[in-house]
Ligand binder design. Structure first.
Ligand code: G1P
Length: 306
């Protein structure tokens, strides 16, 4: 059996949800406390046993390449000042086999993944979307690899979402479980409205795919949003070979929208060695202030209102 050694991270998106911050900067470089979001994704890949990572980039994405490259000037400076801990932090970012390809005409997620065809060759591989940070005792990509080792089949990570949010995700039509949390799938549907959604199990940005997906992507007609959708090609793949869905039971952080990004920053901050105590005190204080304010606002002002 071929070992899963490669991962693909699509990172060509324009990041319009974070304008103006993303006008001249890659959204993947927005930090959660002190680490760019894409570094969390790369670390999940490495912790899952991935050896080579292809990042599909576009305009304004050069900082991603620079981030994972050595910075001799900075390193020399840190050495001279004896800042060994920081030096270690900086050096860790270069300890990875990264490859880059530009997607010159972004035509959707399916089209971005298609750019990885030559890199992937004839091997199973992982696709990791940068908007989703996953936390669990076993990294989610590794869970998918473990499933692949048993089934030799493509497996897509899914998670239950509120019913009214199905139109934000690819949704599966599950057809029974082969083991706890591993579903057979009848159909994969991209962004169905709640009244059309076959379930509340949403695709959450980690995919283990067999290389046969590329032929399907090459012939995939545009779907939802007039884009070449990965979900549609997976649905086609599921008609020629088994594709499973693995339900993720850990915690998912959506850093792709403003509120999700703020929540992630706070929760990761509460675990960050340098700031966790100060942040906790601050949040308790702020929470109390907000609560007091709310209580005052809610007290009726006049007798008539009582
Ligand atoms: C993409 C996929 C969708 C998936 C989602 C997960 O959508 O097309 O199937 O559920 O990622 O985050 P996007 O968020 O890029 O619109």
């Amino acid at each position: 059996m071929t070992k899963v050694k490669k991962a693909v991270i699509p990172a060509a998106g324009l990041g319009t949800r974070f304008l103006p911050a993303t006008k001249a900067m890659a959204k993947e470089m927005l930090p959660i406390v002190d680490k760019p979001t894409i570094q969390f994704i790369v670390e999940e890949a490495l912790n899952s046993g991935i050896e080579d990572i292809l990042i599909v980039t576009g305009k304004a994405k050069r900082p991603i390449e620079d981030h994972f490259d050595a910075n001799l000037e900075l390193e020399t400076n840190l050495i001279a000042k004896g800042k060994n801990e920081l030096l270690k932090v900086v050096e860790e970012t270069t300890d990875v086999n990264l490859h880059f390809i530009r997607q010159s005409h972004p035509k959707g997620l399916g089209h971005a993944v298609l750019q990885a065809k030559a890199f992937v060759g004839d091997e199973p591989f992982i696709v990791m979307l940068g908007d989703d940070l996953m936390k669990d005792t076993i990294p989610l990509s590794k869970q998918l690899i473990q499933d692949y080792e048993k089934t030799h089949a493509s497996t897509i990570a899914v998670m239950e979402v509120p019913h009214e949010e199905t139109s934000k995700y690819g949704i599966i039509h599950p057809e029974g479980q082969v083991e706890e949390g591993l579903y057979n799938v009848k159909n994969f549907v991209e962004k169905p409205s709640p009244d059309q959604a076959p379930s509340d199990l949403a695709i959450i940005g980690r995919y283990l795919l067999t290389p046969e997906i590329f032929e399907l992507l090459e012939n995939q007609a545009p779907g939802a949003g007039d884009e070449i959708q990965l979900t549609d090609a997976i649905d086609a793949l599921n008609r020629t070979q088994r594709v499973f869905a693995r339900e993720f039971k850990g915690k998912r952080y959506d850093v792709g929208d403003k509120f999700g990004f703020l929540k992630t920053s706070i929760e990761y901050g509460l675990e960050h060695r340098e700031v966790k105590e100060a942040l906790e005190d601050y949040l308790i204080e702020l929470g109390q202030e907000l609560l007091d304010k709310k209580t005052v606002d809610e007290v009726p002002e006049t007798k008539e209102e009582q």
